[in-house]
Structures are given as C-alpha cells and as structure tokens.
Design a protein around this ligand. Structure first.
Ligand SMILES: Cc1cc2nc3c(=O)[nH]c(=O)nc-3n(C[C@H](O)[C@H](O)[C@H](O)COP(=O)(O)OP(=O)(O)OC[C@H]3O[C@@H](n4cnc5c(N)ncnc54)[C@H](O)[C@@H]3O)c2cc1C
Length: 475
C-alpha cells in the first residue's frame, strides 16, 4: 500500500448534527452510524486506504438520497455516492469522512422497450442482471466491465465504464440517452432525451457521465439498447512474447478488422490464469483473446483473417473455442485476473493507461524496462484493441514502495510522452489525482474546478477526487 497524507475530516459537532438530521429524516432502518456497520463502506478495489465514514445512508428511493444530501449540506459534511464499491481509483472511498449514500437498494429495471430499444434503470441495478434481462428480450447492452457480476449501473455511469467489448461498441457514455440526477442542494435534474437523436442545449448528460460522483447523484438512467448479435466466436492467439502479441494487435487493426474484443495477457498474467487451473500451452508467453460477433458467415470470414494476421506476426498457435462452455471458461479466467493477480503478492497496484494502438509494442517494451530498473515485479493485461493496458505492480516488501512510486511516475510520463492518457476506464479518483497535471494544462484543470463549484459550491459532494491537492501535483 502506498502511503498518502490523510484528508481533513469534519468536526465532531458537524458529524453529530449530520447524524441527528439523518436519523430524524430517515430513521434507523436506513441510517448506519456504528463504526462496525460503517466499515463495510470504507474502501473499494483500489489501493486507496479505506476510511470509515461517519454515517451511511442505505437509499431505497430518490427521496432518501435527497434527505441524505439535505442533511450533509445543512451540517456541512462531505457526502459520497456509492454503488458496489468495485471501483479501482478510490472514487467511492470517503477520504474526507462524512456520509456515504449507497444506491444498491435501488435495483429496479423500470422498463425495457423492445420497439424503441431503450431501457430505464435505477442506479443500483447490477450490470450482469441488466445484461440477462435485455438479452432475454433479444436485445443487447454492450458495456461489459469485467466486474459485471458485481458492479452497479450508477458506478458505471460515474466512471464511464468500458470493458472488453468497447473495442467494437464503445464505452458506457455511448449508450446513455438521458439521466435523472440530484444536485447536492436537492435540485432534481432531467438531462438528455429518450430519442436516438437530439442536440438540445449543452450535452449535460455527457458531462455527468464520467464525473466520478463529484457533480450529481444519479437516480435513474435511460439507456440505448441494440439488437443482440446472432452469433459470437472466440479465438485464442498464443505468442512467445507480449511484444509479438502487441504487433499482432496492430496488424489486426491495420487490416481493417473489428473484433468485438481484443484482449492481451502477458506472461505474468498467464501465470495467474494457469494458477487458477486453466491450462494454457506452456510455450505461450502471451495470449490474445479475440472475439467476433455478427452473422455466422461473417464471423467465420473475420476469424479466418484474424487467424492469418496472428500467424503472419509469429503466433505459435491459433485456437478457436469449440463451444459455449469452453468460451465461458476462457472468460471466467479473464474476469478472474484482477483477484488472481492480487493473490500473487502482498501489495498490488493496478494501473489503467492508454496509448495510441500503434504504440502498444513500445509500451510493452517500456513496461519491461521499468520493471527491470525498479526491480518491481510487473505484469500487464487488458483491452489491447483500445491501447488500454492494466499495468500491475506487485511487491511484498513494504520498503519497495518508493521504487514502486518511481515506476508509476515513469509509466505515466512515458504514456503521456506517447500521446496516451492516464486512465482509460477506471477514472482519476484519488489514486491519480496528483498526476492530473501531467496530462492536462492548468487552464483546463482550473475550468473543471470552477465547473465543479457551479454544481457544488461548498465542495461537499465526493470531495478530494479528480483534482490534485492545492499546491500539489507532479510537473
Ligand atoms: C475484477 C474487476 C474488474 C474490473 N473490470 C473493469 C473493466 O473491464 N472496465 C471498467 O471500466 N472497469 C472495471 N472495473 C472497475 C469498476 O468495476 C468500475 O469502475 C465500475 O463502473 C464501478 O461500479 P461500482 O458500482 O462498483 O461503483 P463504486 O466503486 O461504488 O463507485 C465508483 C464511482 O461512482 C460513483 N457513484 C456510484 N454510484 C453513483 C451514483 N448513483 N451517482 C453518482 N455517482 C455514483 C462513486 O462516487 C465513485 O466515484 C473492474 C473492477 C474489478 C474489481
């Protein structure tokens, strides 16, 4: 765990006042104040140290959220929206104490309109449940973060979640037509539309998607669906090194092929997969997990061309998943990578950088160099088709932390040097706030701070996220 200076917490008097107001407005069935009860809402899946909130509101309706916002505003304590807590940048961690409002109790899929191809959902709906519900109707909601069995729609909206299928279908923002949200002062906003087209006013929907819980709390989303692709084929390309597999990714893209997923696992990630009992050819030092969808004939043709591109770049073998069960086993192993790599060392940081896709081989080389120079074990996997890699630092000795910090700093600088970006889907949160000035100029950061102040003048909604502490930040 890397140590970060703690953020200031509200005074005991302010906390008492907030608890009294919450108790009066919502009653004990929806308000948790015991440290033991609040502890479950202290952390997420990032390296951010957990912080126990002063109170938790278990919201079941938009009105519950409004009450929580009103109490926090009156008592002037922070308030942090929370979904399933699977975030990887510390977004849901109440680093400044105060109230956490969990929306997991709001799990209704209010509508699936088969004619308009629209779904209306509450923020606590688990993504995997939405997938199952729309697919039962012959429809498809493409965003598929690998946490889909646990993460909630509200968190997906706030992080603009991606996932393996983003290569072909894009990320969450592309599927959000409209939102219902509450501002910190309780104002109810309806943004966007229900129609496929529409350009009325500023695109506030797009601003709120990806705002990491810092501008408003979502209470409902209207989502665009598409028809479910009739068939899917999965292919594995085995390579000797990650570098060669990275070249194959560039070759597939250059050939104009658009698989729906193009995932890369390097040698370290493959060890984690093997350790979970999934047999992978021992010659393989890297793997591409590729999936195409569409009508069966076009799938087959695309698979053939993808296979040829892999072989031309030196693949050791190219295998097609034989049936749905085999396909599911492969994806199970891919989805288990994050917990599997966590089990490989005492400490782990998982980064989420993106480079232009043609520079992926260069990034893979740079990761090897950083690992060698810092003497920190690193492994990478991720959505290679988007140039988006999850670069993991693994270490056991707490004294290695300064070397990890140096490695992180170098990774981020290299990525920006390659005209890449600090995060492809996990968000900035607290984990990367200090690095924001590496990518964005002071004018842009200042404009965003002022925008935040328009939505939240007292700075109570999910404070200390995205922006570096004043007077801090690399550069
Ligand atoms: C094993 C694993 C695999 C993952 N794979 C992927 C992946 O492939 N792609 C990807 O994009 N991410 C991935 N993630 C990260 C994470 O699952 C996503 O960021 C997800 O969208 C977070 O959803 P959540 O409900 O857990 O949100 P939380 O962690 O609870 O919160 C995340 C952010 O959303 C805000 N928030 C939550 N609910 C609301 C609301 N109602 N209104 C306003 N703000 C809100 C919070 O304040 C916080 O800032 C993975 C995580 C794990 C553990």
């Amino acid at each position: 765990m890397l140590r970060r200076a703690p953020f200031p917490r509200p005074s005991a008097a302010a906390v008492d006042k907030a608890r009294r107001l919450l108790d009066r407005a919502l009653g004990p069935s929806k308000v948790i104040t015991s440290p033991d009860g609040c502890e479950a809402y202290a952390g997420d899946e990032s390296d951010q140290e957990p912080v126990i909130p002063d109170a938790v509101v278990v919201a079941e309706t938009p009105d519950d959220i409004r009450c929580a916002l009103a109490a926090a505003s009156e008592a002037e304590v922070p308030i942090v929206p929370r979904g399933a807590g699977s975030g990887k940048s510390g977004g849901a961690v109440p680093v400044g104490g105060g109230v956490v409002v969990t929306t997991l109790g709001m799990r209704s899929i209010k509508e699936i309109d088969r004619e308009e191809l629209v779904a209306v959902v509450e923020p606590g709906v688990i993504l995997g449940d939405l997938h199952a519900a729309v697919e039962a109707e012959g429809l498809f909601y493409p965003p598929d973060p690998n946490s889909l069995r646990m993460c909630a729609l509200g968190g997906n909206l706030a992080e603009n979640a991606g996932g393996p299928r983003a290569f072909k279908y894009g990320v969450t923002r592309e599927y959000v037509l409209g939102l219902e949200a509450l501002l910190v002062d309780g104002t109810r906003l309806r943004t966007g539309r229900r129609t496929v087209k529409g350009v009325t006013g500023y695109d506030v929907t797009s601003l709120l998607v990806g705002s990491e819980g810092t501008l408003a709390v979502f209470t409902e989303a209207t989502l665009q669906l598409i028809p479910k692709p009739p068939s899917v084929t999965t292919l594995l390309g085995l390579f000797d090194t990650a570098f060669t597999s990275g070249r194959a990714v560039s070759a597939i893209i250059a050939a104009g092929l658009v698989p729906r997923c193009l995932e890369l696992l390097d040698a370290g990630a493959l060890s984690a997969v093997r350790a979970r009992g999934v047999p992978v050819d021992p010659r393989a030092g890297a793997l591409l997990l590729i999936e195409v969808d569409g009508d069966p004939a076009s799938c087959e043709a695309a698979m053939e061309r993808i296979g040829e591109a892999c072989v031309a770049e030196g693949a050791l073998d190219v295998l097609v998943a034989q049936d749905a069960a085999q396909r599911e086993r492969l994806w199970e192993a891919r989805r288990a990578l994050s917990p599997a790599t966590r089990a490989m060392a005492r400490y782990k940081i998982s980064e989420d950088v993106v480079v232009p896709r043609t520079r992926l081989p260069e990034l893979l080389r740079e990761i090897d160099r950083i690992s060698e120079e810092t003497r920190v074990r690193m492994l990478s996997y991720g959505h290679a088709g988007d140039g988006n890699l999850h670069v993991n630092f693994l270490w056991d000795d707490p004294d290695a932390a300064p070397r990890v910090e140096r490695g992180l700093d170098r990774l981020f600088r290299s990525v920006i040097g390659m005209r890449g970006t600090l995060t492809g889907e996990h968000g900035i949160g607290t984990s990367k706030a200090e690095y924001l000035p590496l990518e964005q100029g002071p004018e842009l950061i200042d404009l965003q701070r002022r925008l935040k102040a328009v939505f939240d003048p007292k700075g109570l909604l999910n404070p200390h996220k995205i922006f570096p502490r004043r007077g801090h930040g690399v550069c």
